[in-house]
Structures are given as C-alpha cells and as structure tokens.
Design a protein around this ligand. Structure first.
Ligand SMILES: C[S@@+](CC[C@H](N)C(=O)[O-])C[C@H]1O[C@@H](n2cnc3c(N)ncnc32)[C@H](O)[C@@H]1O
Length: 210
C-alpha cells in the first residue's frame, strides 16, 4: 500500500463525519440521526460526488454515503469537512451489513448510482439490486420511500426490473418523488457517470418501489 493511502486510512479513522462499520458502537445511527425523520442513503457512494451534491442542494435533509472502499470514501468525507457540510455522514461498510447499522423505516430514499454490474451470473446475488438486497432495503425504507437506480448497463436494468417484480414491487422510469440532485450550481454527475457519458454511453434511470 502506498504511503499516501496509509495516511488517508489513518485520517479516516479520526474523521468526525465517518463511521467505521467494523468498530462502530451499536446505536450510533440514532445518536447522530435521532432528530431527523428520515435519511437519504447513497449506496456504493464511491468518492461521494452524489452524496455531497445532494447535501449541498438540500441543506435541510440528511445524507449517509456508504462504501466499503476506504480510499474512495476518504475523498468524499474530506471534501464534506472542507466545505463545512454538516448534513452528511459516511459509513465505511459493506452494504450487506446495513441492517446492523440502520434501523427499520428510517430511510426516505436509497440511491444506487452506477453500482458494479458484476456481469458473471455467479456474481448476480452480489449485485446491489439483487432480490436479497432489495428485501433488505424494503425493511429500511419509510412509507413512500423508494430506490433510485442509475446505470449505463442495460443488462443490469433488466436484472433490477425482474428482481423488483420478483419481490412484488414496481418500477417507474426516471426519478419519481424526489427533488433531483441534478441542477444548477451542483456537481450533477458522479465520477462514473462522467466517464460513461464521455464514452457516449446511454444512461438509464429507474425508480424502484419496493
Ligand atoms: C462503480 S462504483 C460507483 C461509485 C459512485 N456511485 C459513482 O457513481 O461514481 C461502485 C462503488 O460501489 C462500491 N461497492 C460495491 N459493492 C459494494 C458493497 N457490497 N458494499 C459497499 N460498497 C460497495 C465500490 O467500492 C465502488 O466505490
């Protein structure tokens, strides 16, 4: 590991806007978000581009970016601290462990922006939109809450739509029921979205009602 990465990991440990899922104290979520009716989750947030863009645009709402990659998470957390964004937190943990951290019914929207497509069929249950994950998200969502998915991968869209129907949910095109983070004065595209748009790829958006 490079010295720069080691320094970032060391800094991550002490950042006030980062919870390390491996060492977190039970009940941390309510200690931080207890005063908030519902939180918005950005799953696989990477560098936190979308978490930060939404937090800037909606200062009265609360955002939790989740990623297992500490190096990426460091970037988002560092930028949030530098900008003084007090309505955003980051959780370093696998999405698989979310139920250990987030109590049921406390989430308003879940964002999965450009999740890894994991194209081999043996990897399908690890896709963040597989039926197993969706059932877990349903438990976290408050009434009226939904999952927003964005990807350049038509196979993943098809997979997600089938997974939603399999668990008895519905899919709509675009993003319903949320003031989009895209707009004037915000970072409108994540690192991966910029990359795919530069390559001329079609971008798909769906709202998953679970
Ligand atoms: C393709 S990147 C997209 C990042 C960001 N959403 C964007 O649009 O730029 C996928 C991210 O999901 C994270 N990720 C994938 N599977 C995960 C899991 N099971 N738990 C936590 N993070 C995960 C990866 O570490 C990576 O940062």
């Amino acid at each position: 590991m490079t010295r720069k990465k080691l320094l970032r990991f060391a800094e991550l440990e002490g950042m006030e806007n980062v919870v390390d899922g491996r060492r977190s104290v039970p009940g941390w979520f309510e200690r931080i978000f207890g005063h908030v009716r519902a939180v918005h989750l950005d799953l696989g947030c990477g560098h936190g581009d979308s978490t930060l863009a939404m937090a800037r645009r909606l200062p009265g709402s609360w955002f939790l970016g989740v990623d297992r990659n500490g190096g990426r998470l460091w970037k988002g957390a560092r930028r949030a601290l530098d900008e003084g964004l007090s309505n955003t937190m980051f959780l370093r943990a696998p999405v698989e462990t979310l139920k250990e951290h987030v109590p049921p019914g406390r989430v308003k929207t879940i964002w999965t922006l450009f999740p890894d497509p994991l194209s081999k069929s043996r990897q399908s249950k690890h896709r963040l939109v597989s039926p197993g994950f969706l059932v877990g998200y349903r438990r976290l969502l408050a009434p009226g809450g939904a999952v927003h998915l964005k990807t350049d991968d038509p196979v993943l869209i098809d997979f997600a739509e089938r997974a939603v129907r399999q668990i008895g949910g519905k899919v709509s095109e675009g993003w319903a029921n949320f003031q989009s983070y895209e707009g004037e004065g915000t970072v409108s595209h994540t690192t991966f979205e910029r990359r795919y748009r530069d390559q001329g790829r079609v971008i798909y958006q769906r709202t998953l009602w679970l």
